[in-house]
Write a protein that binds this ligand. Sequence first.
Ligand SMILES: N[C@@H](CCC(=O)NCCCC(=O)O)C(=O)O
Length: 257
Amino acid sequence: MPRVPVIGITACTSMIELHATQTISEKYARAAAKAACGLPIVIPSLGELMDSADILDVVDGLIFTGSPSNIEPFHYNGAASAEGTLHDPLRDATTLPLMRAAIAAGVPVLGICRGFQEMNVALGGTLHQKVHETGVFMDHREGKDEPLDKQYGPRHTLHVKPGGMLDRMGLPAIFDVNSIHGQGIDVLAPGLRVEALAPDGLVEAISVENGKGFALAVQWHPEFQVMDNPHYLTIFQAFGKACRQRSVLRQRLLLSA
Ligand SMILES: N[C@@H](CCC(=O)NCCCC(=O)O)C(=O)O
């Protein structure tokens, strides 16, 4: 009997009162369970306390989540962040090596928003720290005072490149996506392919060229109300299929050992 694929979901660190806490937004777990048909488990950000290889031993896929925090710029030789920028060094110390290890091992990866930026930085790319101050791109940030449905509602069109993963999934050449980020890709990491662009030319989706497994990352949030959006659902279903294939392979390897 094929078992349900285990999908690791990366966590953010924060303080709740006096307690150091690991958090994921529930929508990622729900999308992993409902749209990708997997068993979501939280991957805490404990930095060097956990080895990436040990994590890869127990998961069939990984979702690198979004977060209000920004990757510390020293990871991409960027200038120091503006004062007051929210960072999460433990998350960086966990997700950047984990991203590299997962891609190298062919473990299915879906990066979302911060997770998209993590894929680029982990593989040697750089970020714009404030996309809206470049003078080139539109403001990709949400209206923080608006209701959640509005914040995560359609904001701009997405232009899918022919011949890539998104195209092969059967997604249309143009569709609407949400937008909840202040940072964005500046220099694309070697080995990544641009999958889609915003109308202003900002990179919105990337994949690993000649990757050993499913390795896709998107700057928008397909996990939000995923069951109500056929395009978002297509992405989670494709990721879920890749996780199931790895699960079957892992089960076979375990049985033959
Ligand atoms: N901080 C980065 C990444 C933005 C991001 O991931 N936003 C998600 C917010 C919370 C969520 O929905 O998970 C940036 O500003 O670019």
